[in-house]
Design a protein around this ligand. Structure first.
Ligand code: ASP
Length: 580
């Protein structure tokens, strides 16, 4: 497989069983070490690894020269075997070296030392960075995930369909990239945030089961787990309920994890959004560690302590054995953090052998102190953190502190996938209109048991929407869609979208439903994030061949670039000074 007309083997392939064979290797020159007067050791490298070649020292090869070396495989002399290298028991001798291409010295070493080089420099010369073992490994993990995903979807009778890149605006909430129309100056396409509308129309079109490894684009600020463009396993299926979708996506995800790690993770567990918030204080819970939020509200029913009296929700977490690590300064920082998330304050308690040590201890009765200790299972040396507030605030504040204080690096320990189900149909309120905002997108089905609360108490309505979470990272979202126009109207009414607006914005999408839309639902799974976790990377840039920097630039191609005046004129565009 690996041999070509130029080589018999790849550079990471040779072992003792090849001893005596004449081989030809092709690749880049890695390290070179002079060996006595006449000889030099030259490492030849390709994506599979390196092989040590013994060459005459008058052979003029330097770092990153492209070479073809023919020679005979032999055992390394005793004492020079390198057990850390898969090819470390052999070397190639009697070498003839053919220089295919010379090279200038690279701006950073093409090995693990480049991990510490400024990322901008790595991205400026990404083609060199990609030669490194880490990047080669990551690209191959990515390819394995894509392949396993495709296989799983094909096996389950999904049909791959491509959807357009030039689309109208879609209502998924993210800022979009606009593409000016040359033929109709002043009109724009958008680049797709996701194939959402098209995949639903494929269901109206009778495709039944669609998937695509789709490129999605969102003009959002970049982070460790976010790029302008990302890849998504996008899927949609007809005549299904939630379980069918979760099973189909679960197959693809577990197959991918197995393809990379060789081990099939446990079946994916489920938790409702309410339980996730209540127990972990976040809608993407990291189940690899405990520190669950504990409810203390009813222990303070008749408390004298003002900060707790009458609070809707009182919750606490136990930071085991950490009391001694938190001096006044650190405790103040935790309090500031809690306030920045919206809490009125944060109560901290250090547990000692003598009892509870806290500025508020004197306001708490003996029985209240006993309740705190027993419910949080507190032991001497623990730090306890308590928030009394609205339920959501108490959850969010403690959820953030739990993650800050307990969360391991994203790739450490087991893979803990979890489905978070029953998201609220609406989350938060739009500042301008005062209307509820969709939790997912406006085509998400409300939970059938909650439809009658849509007008009277919209914020309590659950939806058939679900997220997949892995080790505290949101991998993706999906929902069962509304396929009845009457129900769609009700949701639009809550969102304050009039019939006329709905028709203008989504008419092309909703009118086809009148011709008979099947019940359907689907999911979008962020492949970059999945690959990053499986590759043990904290940042998705490490698993993308040509990513943008955190500030959205590409130092390799120097983009974005200023628009050419002629091009702008053709598009009917004029650039105004920037207003921030
Ligand atoms: N379009 C959604 C997203 O990209 C996924 C879905 O609802 O299927 O998050």
């Amino acid at each position: 497989m690996s041999s070509t007309s130029m080589r018999t083997h790849q550079c990471g392939e040779l072992r003792v069983e090849h001893i005596g064979q004449t081989v030809a290797l092709a690749g880049w020159v890695g390290r070179r070490r002079e060996h006595g007067e006449r000889l030099a050791f030259v490492d030849i490298r390709d994506h599979t690894g390196i092989t040590q070649c013994v060459v005459d020292n008058d052979v003029d090869v330097r770092s990153e020269y492209v070479v073809r070396i023919t020679g005979v495989v032999r055992a390394r002399p005793e004492g020079t075997v390198n057990p850390g290298l898969p090819t470390g028991e052999v070397e190639v001798g009697e070498c003839a070296v053919e220089v295919l291409r010379t090279a200038v010295a690279p701006p950073f070493p093409i090995d693990a030392r480049a991990d510490d080089v400024d990322e901008n420099l790595r991205l400026q010369h990404r083609y060199l960075d990609l030669r490194r073992e880490r990047m080669q490994k990551n690209l191959r993990i990515r390819a394995a995930v894509n392949a396993a995903t495709r296989k799983a979807m094909e096996r389950q009778d999904f049909v791959e369909v491509e959807t357009p890149m030039l689309v109208p605006s879609t209502p998924e909430g993210a800022r979009e990239f606009l593409v000016p129309s040359r033929k109709e100056p002043g009109s724009f396409y958008a680049l797709p945030q996701s194939p959402q509308l098209f995949k639903q129309l494929l269901m109206v079109g009778g495709v039944d089961r669609y998937y695509q490894i789709a490129r999605c684009l969102r003009d959002e600020d970049l982070r460790a787990d976010r790029q302008y463009e990302f890849m998504q396993l996008d899927m949609e299926m007809s005549f299904v309920n939630q379980d069918d979708v979760l099973d189909a996506v679960g197959e693809a995800v577990l197959d991918s994890a197995e393809a990379v790690s060789g081990e099939r993770p446990l079946p994916i567990e489920r938790i409702t959004w309410h339980d996730a918030m209540n127990r972990f204080g976040i809608d993407k819970p990291d189940l690899r560690f405990g520190m669950e939020l504990v409810d203390l509200t009813d222990a303070f029913g008749s408390t004298e302590f003002k900060a707790f009296a009458g609070a809707v929700s009182i919750k606490g977490i136990r930071v085991a054995g950490k009391a001694a690590d938190f001096g006044r300064n650190q405790l103040d920082k935790l309090t500031d953090k809690a306030k920045s998330i919206g809490a009125k304050g944060l109560v901290w308690i250090k547990v000692t052998a003598e009892g509870l040590d806290s500025p508020v201890a004197k306001f708490l009765s003996e029985s209240e102190q006993a309740e705190i200790t027993s419910r949080l299972e507190a032991q001497a040396g623990d730090l306890l953190l308590i928030v009394a507030d609205e339920w959501m605030t108490a959850c969010e504040v403690l959820g953030t502190l739990r993650n800050d204080l307990g969360r391991p690096p994203v790739h450490e320990g087991p893979l803990r996938f979890v489905w978070v189900v029953e998201f609220p149909l609406f989350i938060g309120v739009d500042k301008e209109s005062g209307r509820p905002k969709p939790g997912h997108h406006p085509f998400t089905t409300p939970h059938p048991d909650d439809v009658d609360k849509m007008i009277s108490d919209p914020m309590s309505v659950r939806s058939i929407a679900y997220d997949l979470v892995l080790n505290g990272w949101e991998l993706g979202s999906g929902s069962i869609r509304i396929h009845e126009p009457e129900l769609q109207k009700k949701v639009f009414a809550v969102l304050g979208i009039t019939d006329e607006q709905a028709d203008r914005k989504f008419g092309f999408f909703l009118n086809p439903f009148k011709y008979g839309a099947p019940p359907h639902g689907g999911f979008g799974l962020g492949l970059d994030r999945l690959v990053a976790i499986l590759a043990g990377e904290e940042n998705i840039r490490e698993v993308i061949a040509f990513p943008k920097t955190q500030s959205g630039a590409d130092p390799m191609t120097n983009s974005p670039v200023e628009g050419d005046p002629k091009q702008l004129a053709e598009l009917g565009l004029r650039v105004l000074p920037r207003v921030d």
